[in-house]
Design a protein around this ligand. Structure first.
Ligand code: ACM
Length: 262
């Protein structure tokens, strides 16, 4: 299958323009799976929870009609980060839209810095969706530093981690190589680029979106500030082989009965 990461610079608060831009970027490439950054529609630095709420969507909302249509017409699964409104709750979420019309949502479990003020932490275990025989799991940005998230997805059978990100620390791209090796999965990390200056803060996002194999090979890695769609050919079935040596298996050799504390 062809799998790609989309790296771009959202314009804060301009949902319409950001949506048009990502749709046109995706349309310019052929792939079976596209992963886009975290909070791709809104931008990242919110002045308040109220502002984040005002830039939020619901999964059934009209903003996603074009994404669903593109997924259907192009035969591609699209994963995209957005601020999810659920009644009074507000989550930093990603949505996965598949060609057959299936939609699933992941709510970021571990919130980073001011996200803790503006969003509610995810309230569901990360899930795996089977799309035409390929098992896809979602995680968002700072989830990378909690190996439990990738491990949970691997234990639930994920072949590919769809990792939408707005990274500001320099560690994740290299850390995801380890996440892939220790779980024998693919990871598509789609990061944004650019600098946002708002609410007395300035953040520069680190780009370097990438696709990594279960053996830790980096098939593509974007630069720190360019926009683009980076598509590679992968065989997701390689993730079903958890062998590290002839007699070692990264999931089968675990000793959960001895991992308890104390
Ligand atoms: C992050 O989790 N957006 C750093």
């Amino acid at each position: 299958m062809r799998a790609g990461v989309v790296q771009f610079r959202p314009e804060f608060g301009n949902i319409k323009r950001n949506l048009e831009k990502v749709l046109s970027m995706i349309t310019s490439e052929e792939a079976d799976l596209f992963v886009l950054p975290e909070l791709a529609l809104s931008g990242y630095i919110f002045e308040s929870r109220e502002e984040a709420m005002s830039l939020s969507q619901t999964p059934g909302g009209e903003e996603f009609e074009g994404v669903a249509g593109l997924a259907r017409d192009r035969g591609a699964t699209i994963v995209l980060g957005f601020a999810e409104r659920a009644g009074e709750q507000l989550y930093n979420s990603s949505i996965m839209m598949s060609p057959d019309g299936t939609t699933s949502v992941y709510r970021k479990l571990q919130l980073f810095c001011d996200e803790k003020r503006n969003f509610d932490p995810g309230d569901r275990s990360p899930a795996v969706a089977d799309v035409a025989g390929v098992r896809l799991g979602m995680m968002i940005c700072f989830d990378w530093i909690f190996p439990e998230v990738a491990r949970t997805l691997a234990l639930k059978g994920a072949d590919i981690l769809c990792h939408s990100a707005n990274l500001v620390l320099p560690f994740c791209q290299d850390a995801m190589v380890t996440r892939c090796i220790e779980n024998r999965v693919f990871a598509l990390t789609a990061n944004r680029v650019g600098t946002e200056r708002r609410a007395g803060q300035e953040l520069t996002f680190t780009g370097r979106s990438q696709v990594v194999t279960p053996r830790g090979e980096i098939l593509t890695r974007a630069d720190v500030d360019g926009e683009g769609v980076f598509v590679v050919e992968i065989d997701p079935m390689l993730a079903r082989n958890k062998a590290v040596t002839d007699i070692n298996d990264v999931l089968g050799d675990r000793r959960p009965e001895l991992y308890e504390l104390g």
